[in-house]
Ligand binder design. Sequence first.
Ligand code: SF4
Ligand code: FES
Length: 368
Amino acid sequence: MSDHEPPLAILAELSHRCPLRCPYCSNPVALERSDGEMDLDTWTGILDQAAKLGVLQVHFSGGEPTVRRDLEALVQHATDLGLYSNLITSAVLLDRARLERLKAAGLKHVQISFQAVESALADRIGGYPGGHERKLAVARYVRDLRMALTVNAVINRHNVARVDAMIELAVELGAQRIEIAHVQYYGWALKNRAALMPTRAETDIAIGKVEAAAARLRGRLAIDHVVPDYYALRPKACMNGWGRRFLNITPSGRVLPCHAAETIPGLQFQSVKELPLAEIWHQGPAFQQFRGTAWMKAPCRDCERKEIDWGGCRCQALAITGDAAEADPACELSPYHGRLVEMATTEAAAKAPEFVYRQFANAQVPAE
Ligand code: SF4
Ligand code: FES
């Protein structure tokens, strides 16, 4: 059928509903409404197909996946298929009894987002009063129940100075892992870029702190560090390369190569309600468009790193240059790199504007 490998993992966006309103949410600005969400039977059929395709891990995500009362049934189905289940959650709707039910269904791993270390700031960023204390309580239940815990910390100008305290929080909670991810600017985060962008000096200090903590805590806490694109010299291999290891399924069933792919105009996305998942993965036009290296132009086409970073992020290339086939402007070799740095420097130096919170009232109408 094809010479590329099966996906390793799927991100199952069960719903775009979410009680939090983070201004850097990775969901599209055109949020999908609840009346379009797929039902339990459709999702279990997708999991059957995913397992057959070779997928090993399912990340149940959203929005907030725990808004779905059938989450336990979905986790159980994934378990029955031999899939490893991870829950990516804000945690504010969880309690101990529900976590026990999810564990009994086979849930292996819980990732909880923390917006900051201090309640007032965390609740302001998340747009949800009382959320931080709730997250702390749920994180402790996760560890009491001996489930694996990852702390997700999204770093921005409001919490960058306290990155070391975020790492200490993860240690104190007994997490196995912390993901320190500097904001990636697409979707909601692109709308809020000036409100979120730290200065280069703040970023450099934070990177130093993370590196020191990684050395100090080796063997105790794994630190995954997603470095900030706007101050980088080379881009990250976004999604480990387009259409190589990962696919994303939206609440209504659209299958995407990455969570922000719908920002790229002209790509044709297919629905798992209409076509088999394997066909979409192997032959879908959106997956084929930027898979491999044949689509590349200079400077990527002739670059020795083209099968290391795969040209970086297509969505960022589109957002900054207007052309998704350009090199990611996070790359110093891109002719747009100077523009990117200039934007970041100017915005970080100015007073932070108010957040445009992620909520249906601020969302665009989704494309048909
Ligand atoms: Fe990566 Fe393209 Fe930059 Fe080379 S030119 S490092 S392939 S983004
Ligand atoms: Fe779409 Fe990076 S987020 S390719």
